[in-house]
Ligand binder design. Structure first.
Ligand SMILES: *Cc1c(COP(=O)(O)O)cnc(C)c1O
Length: 465
């Protein structure tokens, strides 16, 4: 067999890819026609593709490469661990040093009494764990009928059957999910798209109070938990109005239901705090973690669990749940090294005090552009809403996402990875991005917006619905 290497011509790599590789969240045939972009290496915030182009990765891969690409220390940690103990499981009363060390470190970093961690290989798996964990918890408390979980439309909680059922993204529904019974969705707090004539404050309260209505509808003794991302990520970096999370917390407290914060994106410095829950001032009972936990260098996720829930589950005999790779030693060693770097280089503090304010200043100025309605930003995650009419917060007449897709294409060609969610453009750059790299990001974004503006006017797409 021929060696498949970076030195093969791009077209050959693309042909082999199209022949044998089914891609996530991708129309396979369409991709086969165009050929996938082949990324060959990366350093800091810059990707290099197989044609030698340099692309600024303003999405940190998939929101995960928090410390940036090319950190030798993580490669060393992985190699060291592979040599010493490449694998052992954590089932049946065994453990190993990397899992012990990472668990203790996470307990130190996590807020309050989230002192216990159940490991998974990804965020999706961790949310599957959470479904079982909260239902098992209430059953052990003598309330087996308390099994309903309330989530939100346009939420993203992963792509397994459990994660997909918890999530509320329209594009995923009717492709095999939702299948888990007992999951109820309330509206997302997206004021720009759905707030109508309400003020953001009133809209935030109204959305939160849908939780209370849902609890009353099902019966307060039937609802096990509420799950939400502190800031919705994949849904389009939807930053809820300030009134939203305090009201959600009040309702969870009043009815004694568990609060699950899905911190897969918000965790590990993304918001300028260690966790999005800290930023929002909420007190979750369980947090889902993954992505930035290892900066994406190794696949690992988990559930951070408070003392009370862990105690009940631990006292209930075997919890018949787990993954072969729960607490994988190499992934734990990599995550631990990642956390060491985040702490010792004071990366989260630097985001909060220096880099996020710098980015926010530039990002919010994008609203001067004729195409840009609102610009939202929390820490190192931001979004802009593209609109043909700012004052009316109008949508485009063309199918949702048409203009966004054009803009994403312009960005790629200008050496910038910026993602589109419908007609929102989103960024989540590595936390280590510098001020001059932010200037480059903004320059390329503005150029891409200008080109998109010209393009959609030429094509007759600059029309309100
Ligand atoms: C990415 C993501 C997940 C799923 O994580 P995977 O590692 O892709 O399974 C879950 N929740 C949120 C909020 C995410 O952004």
């Amino acid at each position: 067999m021929n060696v498949i290497s970076n030195h093969m011509p791009t077209a050959d790599l693309q042909r082999l890819d199209a022949a044998h590789h089914m891609h996530p969240f991708t129309a396979g045939s369409e991709l086969a026609e165009k050929g996938a972009r082949v990324i060959t290496s990366a350093k800091g915030v810059m990707l290099t593709d197989s044609d030698g182009h340099q692309i600024l990765d303003a999405m940190s891969g998939l929101w995960c490469v928090n410390i940036g690409y090319g950190r030798e220390e993580l490669a060393e940690a992985a190699a060291r661990q592979m040599r010493e103990l490449p694998y052992y499981n954590t089932f049946f009363q065994t453990t190993h040093v990397p899992a012990i060390a990472l668990s203790a470190k996470l307990a130190e970093i996590a807020p309050r009494d989230l002192n216990h961690v159940f490991y998974a290989g990804s965020g999706s798996e961790a949310n599957d764990t959470n479904i079982r964990l909260v239902r098992h918890y209430w059953a052990q408390k003598g309330q087996p009928d308390r099994n309903i979980i309330i989530s939100r439309t346009n939420a993203y909680h992963g792509s397994t059957l459990g994660g997909g059922s918890l999530g509320g993204m329209s594009g995923m529904q009717n492709q095999g999910v939702p299948v888990i019974p007992g999951i109820h969705h309330i509206d997302q707090p997206d004021w720009w798209s759905e707030g109508g004539d309400m003020s953001p404050h009133d809209f935030g309260l109204a959305c939160a109070r849908q939780l209370e209505d849902a609890i009353k509808q099902h019966g307060p003794d039937r609802v096990a938990a509420f799950i939400g991302e502190p800031v919705q990520g994949a849904g389009g970096v939807i930053v809820p109005p300030d009134s939203y999370w305090p009201e959600i917390q009040r309702i969870c407290d009043d009815y004694g239901i568990l609060l699950i914060a899905d911190e897969v994106i918000c965790g590990f410095g993304r918001t300028g705090h260690w966790f999005g829950s800290d930023y929002m001032g909420i007190r979750p009972d369980i947090m889902t973690i993954a992505k930035g936990l290892s900066s994406g260098y190794a696949p690992i996720g988990g559930s951070l669990v408070c003392d009370e829930v862990a105690q009940v589950v631990n006292d209930a005999g075997d919890f018949n749940h787990g993954y072969t790779y729960s607490g994988h030693p190499v992934a734990c060693a990599v995550a631990l090294e990642n956390l060491r770097i985040l702490q010792e280089e004071r990366i989260v503090e630097n985001v909060c005090n220096k880099i996020a304010p710098y980015l926010a200043d530039k990002w919010t100025q994008l609203t001067d552009h004729p195409l840009v309605g609102e610009a939202k930003i929390v820490g190192m995650m931001g979004s802009i809403a593209l609109t043909p009419d700012k004052a009316a917060r109008a949508k485009f007449k063309a199918d949702a996402g048409t203009v966004g897709l054009h803009c994403r294409g312009r960005c790629f060609d200008n050496g910038l990875v910026m993602r589109h969610v419908g007609d929102r453009m989103i960024i989540a750059p590595p936390l280590v991005i510098t001020e001059s790299e932010i200037d480059t990001l903004i320059d390329r974004a503005v150029q891409s917006l200008d080109e998109t503006y010209d393009l959609i006017r030429a094509e007759g797409l600059y029309q309100a619905a």
